[in-house]
Design a binder for this molecule. Structure first.
Ligand SMILES: Nc1ncnc2c1ncn2[C@@H]1O[C@H](COP(=O)(O)OP(=O)(O)OP(=O)(O)O)[C@@H](O)[C@H]1O
Ligand SMILES: [Mg+2]
Length: 268
């Protein structure tokens, strides 16, 4: 993948010394991170380490206790709900769970964000919906109801709905978890396509190392509430850091297990 122009562009997203406590747990402890325009950044880290919490800060769902979060140079940690509206227009988050509107067809679900913008013709909406469904491996499924879909299919519809507006920034929270290898490759392709066609900046959380290396310009490793290392995939792979090496090894085992389970559940 092409390298983002890190030298000449200011960061699209910048976390500066962010601290966040939830309940009795100190989740983020002085986290710093820059994401550059058009960059695809992957975040790796242990389950429960604060990856989803980190992403939720970017759409103002969670506020930092201290520190700042800049989007295009604006500190969004100071904004109220009304002031966050334009930020949320700019940044789409594909949630780990990805709920659909159960009473709407797949096509209506995916079309929803475009209809809300009230500036597209019906024909344009239908074309974009068809294009998105194809991109997530569900061509021609417009008329299905969510109840008729498998978990993985629902997840892909939710993803299509999140990215159909072509937002400047997309946050993907485990977009391929629970998907089979072919669908995983499909979603990886979609993530790369959004970057290539629309210069989308993205932050993706994944436990799938193959995806991580496939889609990322850089990989950041979250540990103990901070970004412990960040670098190009090959640098991370070669890192002498035992935490990173253990993680890469451990995750590889974990995901193999997940694939095994998936194949077993499909066979039964
Ligand atoms: N709203 C909340 N209130 C209290 N604690 C929370 C809240 N959201 C998250 N946590 C806690 O913060 C920690 C980090 O959660 P987070 O969801 O960010 O983990 P994660 O790194 O995304 O893990 P996974 O890989 O399993 O998705 C967890 O211990 C979780 O229980
Ligand atoms: Mg998470």
């Amino acid at each position: 993948m092409s390298q983002p122009d890190i030298q000449n562009a200011g960061p699209k997203i910048r976390f500066v010394n962010v601290y966040k406590r939830l309940g009795r747990q100190q989740i983020l402890r002085g986290l710093d991170l820059d994401v550059f325009p058009g960059e695809s950044l992957v975040i790796l880290g242990r389950s429960g380490g604060g990856k989803s919490v980190l992403l939720k800060h970017l759409i103002g769902l969670i506020k930092p206790d201290s520190g700042s979060i800049f989007v295009d140079g604006q500190d969004i940690s100071l904004l109220n709900e009304r002031q966050l509206i334009p930020i949320r227009r700019k940044i789409a988050m594909v949630f780990q769970g990805g709920a659909l509107f159960d009473s709407m067809t797949v096509g209506e679900n995916v079309a929803f964000p475009l209809r809300e913008e009230r500036r597209y013709s019906e024909q344009e909406i239908q074309e974009r919906v068809a294009e998105m469904l194809e991109a997530v491996g569900l061509p021609g499924q417009q008329e299905k109801m969510p109840a008729e879909l498998s978990g993985g299919m629902k997840k892909r519809v939710a993803l299509a709905r999140s990215v159909i507006r072509r937002p400047e920034v997309i946050l993907y929270d485990e977009p391929t978890a629970g998907l089979d290898p072919i669908m995983t490759a499909n979603i990886d392709r979609l993530i790369k396509e959004m970057k290539k066609r629309f210069n989308t900046t993205s932050v993706t959380i994944t436990h799938d190392m193959q995806s991580a290396f496939n889609i990322s310009d850089r990989i950041a490793f979250l540990k103990s509430g901070r970004i412990q290392s960040v670098g190009r995939p090959e640098e991370i792979l070669k890192s002498a850091d035992p935490d990173i090496q253990n993680f890469i090894q451990g995750v590889a085992d974990e995901s193999d297990e997940a694939i095994q389970q998936l194949m077993q559940s499909q066979a039964s």
